[in-house]
Design a protein around this ligand. Structure first.
Ligand SMILES: Cc1cc2nc3c(=O)[nH]c(=O)nc-3n(C[C@H](O)[C@H](O)[C@H](O)COP(=O)(O)OP(=O)(O)OC[C@H]3O[C@@H](n4cnc5c(N)ncnc54)[C@H](O)[C@@H]3O)c2cc1C
Length: 553
């Protein structure tokens, strides 16, 4: 079953029952930090009803409808309001702004729900011949505009929802690998694997809704990717239906058979075809998960310590280091527990860590190995100036690791701009990049009279560098929310591109990062990508308006 069901909140995160609540003192914090006075609950304007959403008339050509009905059961060629509105956008801040305002002008004309590889291939062929744009859709959690249909000259657009391709089989225990359906949701895959004592080890914050196909199509990274690797490190093979036929990559542990076509499909963001099956590498499920908190006097001191860990092969599986702003906010918002309690804070102040930087380290695996790794890492952390805070903060982080998107709904209800962005660079440039991006966003929003809070954490370590993940919180500019967001996004992206960092470490390019892709891969690089697209998708129907800069399809 798809991550996105008819019970998923199309205007926010999760299902009807899931909710997170801002702590009571959050109102005061929003007032003092960003000048926002949240409306009282009774004054809040809720999201519009489904019937009130402005939706263009469906334009699925009659001949294509007939052909699709011959390929799929009619019930899986959906043209109803709920199906179309739910696939009109992903889950970025601007996506949710538009949906909450009752606007779904880009909604697909129909949603196809194929139940097999053959049905995907047939549906693609039919759409390509009819010249109708096709958007592959996994969990719809894209935060870069990746699933919003952009017709770019096409008369109609359909979304192919992979939710029915959710198999987890057959499991090759001896080789520690499995074939997963592209539409299988991360959380359900992990539950199925856990029942067999195995794990994929891929835990992005969107894990409850995002799918295997979506992970692979966007080169996703999970919270434990420092240890388990990014999704592409664990893809052995795949099958991708394209308008020109099926592209397959054999599931071998490694290969020297020329440039990797598997890598061409990984990160292709639905612009070349539809991933249907992915063969992944698995690990034994960890017997022990130990998460712990640490404090540094400053973010700069923490970055240096993390570099040492990564280069000494002593990095934990989960490695997160918050800058001073993000640490201060976590402390202020923590209601109970070691992070927030008075004695804990007094102790840190006494050690010169009053406005310091908090880190979470996580170790997963067999218990003796975890103990050995933890002890070695702890020695290196202490000699780099860190103070151990024990497992309390680690447990608190693990409990709330999937709560942020629910909190975002609450913050948006309260009238806040809340967005995240990410990048990566080499260790030598990391601190400068951190300052440059935070300053650029601060300046852009302050110039509009809405000075923001900009926090950041390092979240994935490599021997040569790390990723930076920024969270931006500001008072939303009523009536100009999208322009305000665009100004901040442009400023951040320019700061990133001009410092030769990557425009995205794991969220992908989609529509939002498209203006910066050519600066990253070069003009010839774009031409090579276009050439591959022209061969696999000659009619240019696959997810137009994503990944490649605008220009000839
Ligand atoms: C709250 C929140 C937290 C997030 N946290 C993380 C995180 O920790 N790490 C991270 O990496 N990302 C994160 N993301 C981003 C997003 O979840 C990832 O990009 C995820 O991999 C998308 O998976 P999905 O199944 O939802 O894909 P979708 O959003 O449905 O699609 C994303 C892109 O992939 C294409 N696509 C999807 N399925 C297929 C397929 N079968 N074949 C071909 N193309 C396909 C789509 O066309 C689109 O271009 C987060 C997003 C949100 C909203």
């Amino acid at each position: 079953m798809s991550g996105l069901t008819d019970h998923t909140r199309w205007w926010g995160w999760g299902g009807e029952s899931g909710r997170a609540h801002l702590p009571e003192h959050a109102g005061e914090l929003l007032r003092t930090e960003i000048g926002l006075s949240p409306p009282a609950a009774r004054e809040r304007v809720g999201p519009p009803g489904l019937e009130d959403v402005r939706l263009p008339e469906g334009r699925l050509p009659g001949r294509l409808r007939e052909r699709l009905h011959a390929v799929l059961d009619a019930e899986h060629v959906r043209e109803d309001r709920l199906a179309r509105v739910s696939r009109a956008a992903g889950k970025s801040y601007p996506d949710l702004l538009r949906l909450r305002a009752g606007d779904a002008p880009e909604a697909p004309d129909a949603v196809l729900e194929p139940g097999s590889r053959e049905e995907v291939a047939e549906a693609l062929r039919a759409c390509a011949e009819a010249g109708v744009a096709v958007v592959p859709f996994g969990g719809g959690t894209s935060v870069v505009g990746g699933v919003t249909p952009a017709r770019e000259g096409f008369e109609a657009a359909v979304t192919i929802d992979l939710g029915r391709l959710d198999h987890v089989h057959p499991l090759d225990r001896r080789s520690l690998s499995a074939v997963l359906g592209a539409g299988a949701v991360g959380a359900r895959v992990e539950a199925a694997l856990a029942a067999q004592g195995l794990t994929l080890g891929h835990f992005p914050q969107s894990f409850e809704l995002a799918t295997i196909g979506g992970f692979v199509a966007t080169r996703s990274a999970g919270q434990a990717s420092t240890g388990y690797g990014r999704i592409e490190d664990n893809v052995l093979g795949l099958r991708m239906a394209t308008p020109a036929g099926e592209l397959t990559s054999r599931a071998t542990p490694a290969s020297a058979a020329g440039p990797s076509l598997r890598e061409l499909a990984v990160g292709s963001e639905g612009t070349l075809g539809v991933l249907t099956d992915v063969t992944v590498a698995l690990r034994p499920a960890p017997a022990v998960r130990r998460y712990e908190g640490w404090s540094f006097r400053s973010f700069a001191e923490g970055v240096e310590a993390f570099r040492t860990l990564a280069q000494a092969d002593a990095a934990p599986d989960v490695a997160r280091l918050s800058d001073e702003q993000e640490s201060r906010l976590s402390l202020a918002l923590a209601s109970t527990g070691t992070l927030g309690d008075r004695a804990g804070r007094a102790y840190l102040r006494a050690r010169g860590h009053g406005t310091g930087a908090l880190a979470i380290l996580g170790f997963e695996g067999e218990s003796r190995l975890v103990a050995r790794r933890q002890a070695r890492t702890a020695r290196l952390m202490r000699s780099a100036g860190a103070v151990g805070l024990g497992e309390g903060p680690g447990r608190a982080w693990a409990r709330s690791r999937y709560a942020a998107p629910y909190l975002r709904d609450e913050l948006m209800d309260a009238g806040a701009l809340v967005d995240t962005l990410e990048t990566a660079t080499v260790w030598s440039d990391l601190l400068e990049l951190h300052h440059a991006v935070a300053d650029a966003v601060r300046d852009a929003l302050a110039a509009r009279g809405t000075p923001p809070l900009v926090g950041c954490h390092v979240s994935h370590l490599y021997g040569t560098g790390a990723s930076l993940y920024f969270t931006v919180l500001a008072r939303a500019e009523e009536g100009a929310e999208l322009e305000q967001w665009r100004a901040a996004k442009r400023a951040a992206s320019e700061a990133i591109a001009s410092r030769r960092a990557t425009i995205t470490h794991h969220h992908a390019v989609g529509a939002d990062h498209r203006p910066w892709i050519e600066r990253e891969v070069g003009g010839l690089g774009v031409e090579v990508l276009r050439a591959a697209k022209e061969r696999l998708d000659p009619a240019g129907v696959m997810n137009p308006g994503k990944l490649l800069p605008s220009g000839p399809r």
